[in-house]
Design a protein around this ligand. Structure first.
Ligand SMILES: NC(=O)c1ccc[n+]([C@@H]2O[C@H](COP(=O)([O-])OP(=O)(O)OC[C@H]3O[C@@H](n4cnc5c(N)ncnc54)[C@H](O)[C@@H]3O)[C@@H](O)[C@H]2O)c1
Ligand SMILES: [Zn+2]
Length: 354
């Protein structure tokens, strides 16, 4: 088992990465959080797979777990569901001495973390991510929240977990498309911060993911530590590929592309812009496109996809509100910075080229 300590502000927590961790989840959690009343918050796909095992294990270790299940999918990430989860926790007798465990992908991580942030004004949160995306990205950094009809993640709180448990065995039941989308964030991390990992990704051993997960957690947590509250611009580097990626996601009505797939397209467009405006060598851009395609991630839009919908969706992006664009560019693989030199025309041209 690998243990990584993550620091952000005055917060410190451990991320445990390994195989077979669920077998001792009760002891692991009890050692760090005590044998208290807790809620296991999960979704309708994940709870039937692992919910009972986690509950049994915690019970054997002397904890009192209550399982709360919500329907799987992004449409469950709402204030109404957060209220419903909280009501069930109150009904089950949880109080401010209790804690919450999120067992699921990024949707469960975000909503369970948000509930933990507001339940009795804040209780500890344990993350047990079950998707690759959640292990390498969403479980780290403390951003929690829900969507509203006006947009994604508009209501939320920074609430760091007390413990993250990444059991790679849980990824075995993950549908291939969901597994692959996690690599969009991994490739993003490589582009913005780690040229060595970029090269290593060409020969990645999918049966031994622990070192890769560890490296990605280190990259993300180091960036978050520099800018915990997303104020100085350091954390904004994590948005590489996301300005256009979010617009693609929205243009596809959140159905056509998974987040990672939309980000893959956004990365390709951001690389085109980086070649034009930041000196990214063309062969490095091509290597990025090639690497994304080895993970079966899209690097071109379907021919008949209405590009106009992407331009319209871009207007929703917070970064466009002030009329001044702060766009993340990569001058070479392994490094990125914010640029105010990118124009809407550059973006239009890059999207048209997708
Ligand atoms: N907080 C952050 O910093 C941050 C960062 C990135 C993304 N996010 C959020 O994460 C969410 C996306 O996360 P996601 O891609 O993990 O989506 P998700 O949680 O919806 O999971 C994807 C699908 O896989 C299923 N699933 C999960 N684990 C499984 C397993 N082990 N076996 C079988 N099926 C499984 C889920 O039920 C769901 O249907 C978005 O809401 C996004 O906003 C948050
Ligand atoms: Zn993302």
């Amino acid at each position: 088992m690998i243990s990584v300590e993550v620091r952000a502000g005055r917060h410190r927590y451990d991320v445990l990465i390994g195989s077979g961790l669920l077998v001792s989840v009760g002891d692991i959690v009890k050692k760090r959080l005590g044998d208290l009343h807790c809620a296991i918050i999960s979704d309708s796909n994940v709870a039937p797979l692992f919910g009972d095992r986690v509950k049994q294990n915690l019970t054997t270790a002397g904890l009192q777990p209550t399982v709360v299940t919500i329907p799987a999918g992004e449409q469950s990430k709402t204030l109404a569901q957060a209220g419903g989860i909280s009501d069930q926790m109150i009904a089950a007798g949880l109080d401010r001495q209790s804690f919450a465990i999120g067992l699921g992908g990024g949707v469960i991580g975000d909503i369970s973390g948000f509930v933990a942030a507001i339940f009795h004004r804040g209780i500890p949160h344990v993350q047990i991510p079950t998707t690759l995306l959640a292990m390498v990205d969403s479980s780290i950094g403390g951003k929690t929240g829900v969507n509203t009809s006006a947009g994604k993640n508009l209501i939320g709180a920074i609430h760091h977990p007390s413990l993250v448990i990444d059991d790679v065995d849980l990824l075995k039941t993950l549908p291939r498309r969901e597994f692959n989308q996690g690599f969009a964030e991994i490739v993003k991390h490589a582009i913005i911060a780690d040229a060595e990992m970029f090269d290593a990704l060409e020969h990645v051993d999918l049966s031994k993911l622990e070192p890769l997960i560890r490296r990605n957690i280190e990259i993300k947590s180091k960036i978050v530590a520099k800018d915990e509250l997303d104020r100085t611009g350091a954390r904004a580097l994590l948005n590489f590929g996301h300005t256009i990626g979010h617009a693609v996601e929205r243009a596809g009505d959140y159905r056509e592309f998974l987040h990672g797939e939309a980000v893959s397209l956004g990365i390709v467009a951001a690389c085109t812009i980086s070649t034009k405006k930041a000196g990214l060598p063309r062969d490095q851009r091509d290597a990025i496109v090639h690497l994304l395609s080895t993970f079966k991630l899209p690097t071109q839009l379907p021919l008949d996809f209405p590009r106009e919908k992407i331009f319209n969706a871009l207007k929703f992006d917070k970064k466009f509100e002030a009329g001044k664009i702060r766009f993340v560019v990569a001058p070479k693989i392994g490094s990125a910075h914010l640029s105010s030199n990118v124009t809407p025309d550059d973006i239009r041209e890059a999207v048209e080229g997708l």
